[in-house]
Design a protein around this ligand. Structure first.
Ligand SMILES: Nc1ncnc2c1ncn2[C@@H]1O[C@H](COP(=O)(O)OP(=O)(O)OP(=O)(O)O)[C@@H](O)[C@H]1O
Length: 277
């Protein structure tokens, strides 16, 4: 653990993840301005907001890639701000990236086994390495089935379709068994039908886990999230159910009015009269 961090726990937090008055400055510019968020265990939360609102920065703060300027971040009641990314991962939080994190010249199975071994390496002594192999193989096989890539087991990651690569990325993120999962635009670049299947896959593989996702696609947001956090200029201006967020006048004004109009226009083009279900 980083020596500069005061780690404290309240022992029985009702929250899986909390941001308490989080601030982040880059030089003189304040990007995250007192963000407040309390996510319950098992919730699926989508973080939305205009370009440049600070969504990726928030993910980088939570996962330890950036340090906070002030405020606190807690995982299951225990402070994690100031910890290094691998220390936060060891405590049960795992994230995926917008840009793929795969070993392209390794197979699907090998990618997953690496992810499992890496997470086990955090918890087990090296002398147990050989017995770990069996455990790692079994877990890699299990995750491979969860992400429905078992038929592609020995394919190199570079030869997978784009959607399969994104599924593998999610497999790698969940392989270590973290209870809190952060997904950064998991369906970016997918077709509508791929996106629909992928939402279902995400639902299945994160069942019982706490999920935070940064998302621009309103179809994904409203199809996946139990609650939506709206980030505008580094502040969470609303954190509520999809229906309540949709109806929130402040959100409508600051962001969602124009985005929803775009979304509805795109839907109308995709489903001309007579073809709609
Ligand atoms: N390392 C950095 N140094 C300086 N400024 C940064 C850094 N990272 C992000 N920023 C700035 O912080 C602001 C928020 O960026 P961020 O990527 O978090 O927004 P976002 O909401 O994820 O945007 P988008 O939806 O376009 O991905 C931007 O103005 C960006 O230029």
């Amino acid at each position: 653990m980083s020596s500069s961090v005061a780690v404290s726990s309240n022992g029985s937090s009702p929250y899986a993840l909390e941001l308490l008055g989080a601030h982040k400055r880059f030089g003189l510019t304040e990007i995250i301005r007192g963000a407040q968020l309390q996510v319950k265990p098992g919730e699926r939360v989508a973080i939305i907001g205009p370009n440049g609102a600070g969504k990726s920065t928030l993910f980088n703060l939570i996962s330890g890639r950036f340090g906070l300027s002030s405020g606190e971040i807690r995982l299951h009641g225990e402070r994690i701000d100031g910890l290094k990314p691998y220390e936060i991962n060891r405590r049960g939080l795992s994230r995926s990236f917008q840009v793929s994190n795969l070993f392209t010249r390794l197979s699907v199975f090998e990618n997953l086994r690496c992810a499992v071994l890496w997470s086990m390496g955090q918890r087990y002594a090296f002398w147990r390495f050989l017995s770990n192999q069996h455990e790692a193989n079994a877990r890699a096989e299990e995750v491979m089935q969860m992400i429905k890539l078992d038929k592609r087991r020995d394919q190199l990651a570079m030869n997978l379709t784009y959607a399969e690569q994104r599924a593998l990325e999610i497999g790698i993120t969940i392989a270590g068994g973290s209870s809190v999962i952060l997904l950064d635009e998991p369906t970016a670049g997918m077709s509508k039908s791929e996106t629909k299947r992928f939402i279902q896959l995400i639902r299945e593989v994160t069942e019982g886990k706490t999920l935070l996702t940064v998302e621009h696609d309103m179809g994904v947001v409203f199809g996946l999230a139990d609650r939506i956090a709206v980030l505008v200029y580094g502040e969470v201006i609303a954190f509520d159910t999809p229906d309540a967020v949709r109806a929130n006048p402040r959100v409508q004004e600051a962001y969602l009015g124009s985005v929803l109009a775009d979304h509805q226009a795109a839907e109308a083009v995709a489903q001309p009269m007579g073809c709609a279900a």
